[in-house]
Design a protein around this ligand. Structure first.
Ligand SMILES: O=c1[nH]cc([C@@H]2O[C@H](COP(=O)(O)O)[C@@H](O)[C@H]2O)c(=O)[nH]1
Length: 246
């Protein structure tokens, strides 16, 4: 029998590594799904994903822990299994037990606020990451949880359109002195603060039920952005898109 070439065996190894990364039921998973969530997913019980930035960054300890427990209890009382998502010691965890919830609540802001773009860094450096809407959606979709409930989603920040003119002027002055394109691009992007939650909503098939977007955000522009991303936005029992006050 002909032995496989070095390039084909390295391709097989890469595929096997990739499968280890993506398969949550693997015996040595890089994503840990709690027994309860895993059982619910395999038997078709409803599962609701919950984010963890609201626990670490949204409220002080002990209020954050009490709120997290209360939200999980509401999900359970309505016949579904809650799956709070966070990265602990570099391992994405889908469904936290009480001890893990408490650990995250005590960490507060020392846990890294983790959006989709930060996942690789937090995992590679084995840090603790509290997932925002974008990162929570990413993991929920990965393990097949179709619904996610949260407080406020990110949006388009106000006054970006004014900042643009001023920052672009500064960027052009920098460019004139340094001839550095990178700085020009960086300053131009800094002018428009748009949450990665919005692009995630456009590309990841998870339904997000939220209290609205933070009241300090530019709500009309947030809705325009969601429309451009092809996101269906529906308000419950109101014709106005709700602002989230905190
Ligand atoms: O009142 C709040 N709303 C939203 C968040 C979090 O902030 C994230 C958006 O952050 P940014 O604007 O940096 O993308 C949301 O996904 C959510 O996790 C928060 O901490 N507090």
């Amino acid at each position: 029998m002909a032995s496989s070439s070095p390039s084909s065996s390295s391709a097989v190894k890469r595929l096997s590594n990739l499968s280890n990364h993506l398969c949550p039921t693997n015996s040595n998973p890089l994503v840990k799904v709690s027994a309860q969530v895993s059982q619910a997913l395999s038997t078709g019980l409803p599962v609701v994903a919950l984010e963890s930035t609201i626990i670490s960054h949204g409220m002080p300890y002990l209020q954050n822990l009490e709120t997290a427990k209360e939200v999980e209890a509401i999900v359970r009382d309505n016949g579904a299994v809650p799956a709070t998502i966070a990265i602990l010691d570099g391992v994405p965890c889908i469904g936290l037990n009480l001890e893990q919830l408490e650990r995250l609540a005590r960490m507060g802001k020392s846990a890294q606020k983790t959006a989709r773009k930060d996942i690789a860094y937090v995992v590679a450096t084995k840090r603790n990451g509290a997932t925002t809407v974008s990162a929570t959606m990413f993991f929920a979709a990965m393990v097949g949880i179709p619904v996610f409930v949260t407080g406020g989603v990110g949006g388009v920040h106000r006054h970006g359109e004014h900042a643009c003119g001023l920052i672009q002027k500064i960027a052009r002055i920098f460019y004139a002195f340094t001839n550095c394109n990178f700085l020009l691009l960086m300053f131009q992007n800094a002018a428009m603060d748009i949450s990665s939650d919005l692009t995630e909503l456009g590309r990841t098939p998870v339904a997000v039920v939220s209290a609205g977007v933070k009241s300090i955000l530019d709500i009309p522009r947030t809705l325009e952005y969601l429309e451009a991303q092809g996101v269906c936005v529906a308000a419950y029992k109101t014709n106005e898109f709700p602002a989230f006050f905190y």
